[in-house]
Design a protein around this ligand. Structure first.
Ligand code: HXC
Length: 257
């Protein structure tokens, strides 16, 4: 591939993005951000892709933002380049995104995993927001997404002390979708992604949108949004087909239209 820091592959209707800076434990520098967001955006526009997997290596999903790149930046630099702002684009994709997390998911690595819609964790996964140890704070949504995911008590504990959390604790708190043996993590993530990609893409992306409303809005507003999105599925061929297939006792053939 023509990428410097990632590997991009297709597996049927699943697009796979592998972070590939092994010597730096997949530290997220500006190039990684540009390449990941670029590849994911390409997949998002591709009608042949129904779900995306983002993964790292066995030792590290990503050990955070690249501290060596960040260390010399000034306030003026980070505000004028809107440093790391492009990660927000990843949270706006229509395509469901599955993270396959083994090893370290620290700082920006934990935040990237939390941007994804589903988080499959290997049993060696370690999560943390250690920014406080560097004299900074989370900057890719960690203070917001971790708090919404696990509540104030645990989020304050993690973000103020900078301690790491092993996968058992993360699982108990509901930070991860499933825990599997580390060696099965990517395979499971691809299977989950393939399952999602076999559904109606329109329904899957509307469902993703509806769940995300629960993160972003008050309950009454979220319920209203869900109702409108639900009604809109009745304008699709896939609703006609999905319901006809059930009534006729056969498998549906979705056309994603
Ligand atoms: C740059 C990093 C890095 C990082 C690891 N490396 N993490 N380089 N940025 N975040 C590099 C190391 O410098 C080293 O390179 C190589 O990867 C291997 O790491 P080691 O430390 O030798 O490995 P180990 O002893 O196993 O320790 C693993 C580790 C540790 C516990 C994950 O590397 C670590 O604490 N990393 C930093 C974690 C962190 O603070 N992340 C948050 C970053 S702030 P060399 O060349 O020396 O071999 C952040 C802010 C987000 O994410 C918000 C931004 C807007």
């Amino acid at each position: 591939s023509d990428h410097e820091t990632i590997i991009v592959e297709r597996d049927g209707r699943v697009g796979v993005i592998t972070l590939n800076r092994p010597k730096a434990l997949n530290a997220l520098n500006t190039t990684v951000m540009t390449e990941v967001v670029g590849a994911a955006t390409e997949f998002d526009k591709d009608p042949g892709i129904g779900a995306i997997v983002i993964t790292g290596s066995e030792r590290a999903f990503a050990a955070g933002a690249d501290i060596k790149e960040m260390s010399s930046k000034t306030y003026s630099d980070v505000i004028s380049e809107q440093f790391f702002g492009a990660w927000d684009d990843l949270s706006r994709l229509r395509t469901p995104v599955v993270a396959a997390v083994t090893g370290y998911a620290l700082g920006g690595g934990c935040e990237l995993a939390m941007i994804c819609d589903i988080l499959i964790a290997g049993d060696n996964a370690v999560f943390g927001q250690p920014e406080i140890n560097l004299g900074v704070i989370p900057g890719i949504g960690g203070s917001q997404r971790l708090t919404r995911a696990v509540g104030k008590a645990k989020a304050m504990d993690m973000i103020l002390t900078g301690r790491n959390m092993k996968v058992d604790e993360a699982d108990k708190l509901g930070l991860v979708s499933r825990v599997v043996p580390a060696e099965d993590c990517l395979t499971t993530a691809k299977e989950v992604a393939a399952t999602i990609a076999s559904k109606s893409f329109i329904a899957a992306s509307l469902a993703k949108d509806a769940v995300n409303r629960a993160f972003e809005s008050a309950l009454a507003e979220g319920i209203r949004a869900e109702r409108a999105l639900f009604y809109s599925t009745f304008a699709t061929d896939d609703q006609t087909e999905g319901m006809a297939a059930f009534v006729e006792k056969r498998d549906p053939t979705f056309t994603h239209s």
